[in-house]
Each structure stands twice: as structure tokens, then as C-alpha cells.
Design a protein around this ligand. Structure first.
Ligand code: GLN
Length: 231
């Protein structure tokens, strides 16, 4: 059923970037999370086995990885945007997301208004980077791009940057393991995550959407949501 160049028919190759809790992260040397479980559902439906390809987020978000045949599908907490819909085949939405402002616990920064003259870390190629760039003039901060969320957490802990803007759910989970960081302001951007396939892979896109329809209907989605995200 798989029309892509990557892998063979028995393998569903999945591009992702970690850590991005609770959607994709490492448990030992296994990739786990909400996105990964949904990819397992898809693979089951297609009678395939998931093989994860870990690459930089930039190549995922721009569509270059998919369109070069690096993988069949991207599962990366990927926000549906017009640019991405033009560059790739984007599925229906499966998660409603926002951004958040995170700072070291000892920081006096409470809102975006306190960021004048500061360095704000973002992940390269993300909607958080776009948001930060779009508001840098208004709030008077400088944007510094990092390749992974892990790099951002380290830079914040080391004090080499003052703050970060990235996806709310991921920061909410990541600060649980980083008591030296705190989330001070959710930023409502009303984003929706989708899975992405190669631009012309209508067959796989239909399967992803059907998998989601089925999971929404039969309670599997609710079960996985509860397992990974809660509430
Ligand atoms: N949702 C954001 C985006 O699509 C960030 C995703 C990520 O860092 N994995 O740009």
C-alpha cells in the first residue's frame, strides 16, 4: 500500500524529532508518546512495522525530508499551516496546541512585556520561532534558534539565554523534569497538529485520516489522550 521510495512495503518509516514530550520522546532506546502510539495504529492498519527516522525539525517542518523520500510520514507535533499544506500532504487535525513562555525559576520575567533586551530561545523551523520573530520588535527581545528542545532546556538551565517560546504541552511536561525552569505565560495561538505525508501520497494520506476517524469514533483516541496528555 505504500507508494514511497523509502523503506519497503512492510515498513512505515516515520520522521520525528525528540525530545518533544508527551508526543515523542525516548524511553530507553524506544521512541514513545502520543504521536508514536497513533503511528503504531496506522502501521497496524497497513500491516506494517514502524521504523523511526530521527532528523532535525527544520527538515520535517519545511517538507524537505518527506519530499526527498527520507520517510513515509512525519509525526512531530507538527502544526498545520498554509505553507506546510502547500509543501506536503497534511492530515486532519488531531491535537489543539498553543505556545508558552518559559524562564529559569529564579527569573523575574512574568510575561512577554518583561523581555526587553533579552535573548529568547526557540526551536529552529517551528511555529514558536515564527511567533517569536513576529513579536521581537514589539517586545524588544532577540531571538536565538536551537536545533532541539533539549538544547533549549540546557541553555536556559545554564543561563546562556533568558527565556524560551515553544509549544505549551511540551514545555508543561519538560519542566516537570527541570525544577530549575518555570512556565510563566501560556500564549494562545490556536494551532492544530497534523501528520504529514509526501505531497502526492494521497493513498497514505487517506489512510492516516481514516485511522484518525476510526480512533475518534471507537474511543482509542480518547484512551491515548488520557494516557499521554491527561485531563
Ligand atoms: N508545533 C510546532 C511546529 O509545528 C513545534 C513542533 C516541534 O517542535 N516538534 O512548528
Amino acid at each position: 500500500a505504500c507508494t514511497s521510495d523509502s523503506g519497503d512495503d512492510s515498513t512505515l518509516t516515520v520522521c520525528t524529532n525528540v525530545p518533544f514530550e508527551p508526543f515523542e520522546f525516548m524511553d530507553g532506546n524506544e521512541y514513545v508518546g502520543f504521536d508514536m502510539d497513533l503511528m503504531n495504529l496506522l502501521a497496524e492498519r497497513l500491516d506494517q512495522t514502524v521504523e523511526v527516522v530521527e532528523i532535525d525539525f527544520d527538515s520535517i517542518g519545511s517538507g524537505s525530508a518527506l519530499n526527498a523520500g527520507t520517510c513515509d510520514i512525519a509525526a512531530a507535533g507538527l502544526t498545520i499551516t498554509e505553507e506546510r499544506q502547500a509543501a506536503m500532504g497534511m492530515s486532519q487535525a488531531y491535537y489543539r496546541a498553543d505556545q508558552a513562555l518559559v524562564v529559569p525559576s529564579a527569573s523575574t520575567v512574568a510575561t512577554l512585556d518583561d523581555l526587553s533586551g533579552m535573548q529568547v530561545a526557540v526551536q529552529s523551523g517551528t511555529t514558536g520561532e515564527t511567533y517569536a520573530n513576529d513579536h521581537a520588535g514589539q517586545y524588544g527581545y532577540e531571538v536565538v534558534a536551537f536545533e532541539t528542545m533539549g538544547d533549549i532546556a540546557s541553555a536556559l538551565s545554564a543561563g546562556s539565554v533568558d527565556a524560551s517560546i515553544a509549544d505549551l504541552a511540551t514545555w508543561t511536561d519538560m519542566i516537570k523534569d527541570a525544577p530549575d525552569l518555570k512556565l510563566v505565560q501560556p500564549i494562545e495561538t490556536e494551532e492544530h497538529y497534523g501528520f504529514a505525508v509526501q505531497k502526492d501520497d494521497k493513498e497514505l494520506l487517506d489512510e492516516v485520516n481514516a485511522m484518525l476517524d476510526q480512533a475518534f469514533k471507537d474511543g482509542t483516541y480518547a484512551e491515548l489522550y488520557e494516557k499521554w496528555i491527561g485531563e
